[in-house]
Design a binder for this molecule. Structure first.
Ligand code: UD1
Length: 369
């Protein structure tokens, strides 16, 4: 048996590791273990995902919690080292670009344990984003690079990345979406909110550059108010955003907006159901740009750059360079009038990425033994 430890830390990791864990177990040749760093610890940010995605209880829970990024990473490193000493895996697998991704990679590499990075090669070019630093650090020292879109191959080549293998394999997050899409139709969240499919706007917003300052929050509130004049807006709110709205004394005013539904962070199935039926999604998330591209739902992303350019080139994503409410509302108006960007689904986003990764890893380890 090959022992693989997959590391998760924050919400966007769980749906990426779930199909990999399933494929590893199904192979009958991989002892698949999960380490949860505990960066996201709330029931609504973490537990519900484990339950809905069929992930096992983590084999190790590091209990890091919130705190500055330095605090999070330093503690992951100390505690993950002890786990690796005990487990002695053949491979550590990391996904995405959160703090756990780079911290675990540093520790494993230092201990001579190979690391595979799933979602390698993505670059926004914006080093002010903590995620960009995590991507660059991880890719520069891990051994296997599994890539979701062509731009990842170009970026890794440009950086002269040393690798035992760079493979374009598709997108494990889309594996989860395809696997759970039908099951999500049974969710009752639309009925509970008296919403009709394709007649509401879905919103998520949590990036520090948008929600850590009052000016950004005021622009977002303006956009919400003006959007609510057209259609109901559904806003599952990330804890960072809620904390900041309260800090600036804006939460109560926002909450009283007519036609706005502020929700707690949603489970995976509930949120997938909300995305699939939305008329339009306004977000600053990384992953939602890809999910809307697959679902072919119009998406406005409040970011000046994207590490996932295929969602703009082929998909339904449009970047809004700054939070100018007039420009955003002009775009919203066009979409609601039916002049929306039609997209296509990127190559290999077909639900089989985890199987491809498993096959490649088995071949590699088989060749070595
Ligand atoms: C992290 C990821 C980001 C991802 C996002 C999705 C990094 C660098 N960033 O950002 O890429 O898009 O997750 O959610 O890893 N909090 C809670 N409950 C929780 C988790 C967090 O209340 O379960 C609070 C924290 O205490 C903190 C804030 O939310 O005050 C932000 O959490 P943090 O983990 O620092 O980063 P995210 O903004 O969630």
């Amino acid at each position: 048996m090959i022992k693989i430890i997959s590391v998760v830390g924050a919400r966007p990791n769980f749906m990426k590791v779930a199909p990999l864990h399933r494929a590893f177990v199904a192979s009958g040749k991989i002892d698949s273990r999960i380490v949860h760093t505990g960066q996201h610890y709330d029931a609504r940010m973490s537990d519900i995902f484990f339950n809905q995605l069929g992930l096992p209880e983590p084999h190790h829970y590091l209990g890091i919690g919130g705190g500055s990024h330095t605090y999070q990473k330093a503690n992951v490193m100390l505690r993950f080292e002890a786990v690796l000493e005990e487990e002695k895996p053949d491979l550590v697998l990391v996904v995405g670009d959160v703090n756990a991704t780079s911290a675990a990679t540093l520790v494993a590499t230092k201990m001579g344990i190979p690391v595979a990075h799933v979602e390698a090669g993505l670059r926004s070019g914006d080093r002010k984003m903590p995620e960009e630093i995590n991507r660059v650090v991880t890719d520069s020292i891990c051994q296997y690079h599994f890539v979701t879109e062509h731009s990842g191959l170009v970026n890794l080549a440009r950086e002269n990345t040393l690798s035992k293998g760079i493979h374009l394999v598709g997108n494990v997050m889309i594996d989860s979406l395809i696997h759970f899409r039908h099951q999500a139709t049974e969710e009752s969240v639309l009925t509970e909110l008296s919403l009709i499919a394709k007649t509401y706007i879905l919103m998520t917003m949590h990036r520090p550059q948008n929600v850590d300052n009052e000016a950004g929050l005021l622009s977002i509130m303006d956009i919400i108010r003006r959007s609510c004049a057209h259609l109901p807006v559904v806003f599952p709110m990330h804890p960072r955003t809620k904390n900041n709205l309260k800090k600036f004394g804006l939460y109560d005013e926002l909450e009283s907006t007519e036609n706005l539904h502020i929700l707690e962070p949603q489970g995976y199935l509930q949120f997938l159901h909300l995305m699939d039926n939305a008329r339009l999604i306004i977000t600053d998330s990384g992953g939602i740009q890809e999910e809307t591209t697959y679902l072919q739902v119009p998406c406005l992303t409040f970011r000046s750059s994207t590490e996932r350019p295929i969602t703009v080139e082929l998909g339904t994503n449009i970047l809004m360079q700054n939070l100018d409410p007039d420009r955003v509302m002009a775009e919203v108006g066009m979409i609601l009038e039916g002049f929306e960007k039609k997209g296509t689904i990127p190559p290999l986003w077909d639900g089989k990425a985890a199987e491809r990764i498993t096959k490649i890893l088995l071949e590699r380890f088989h060749a070595k033994s």
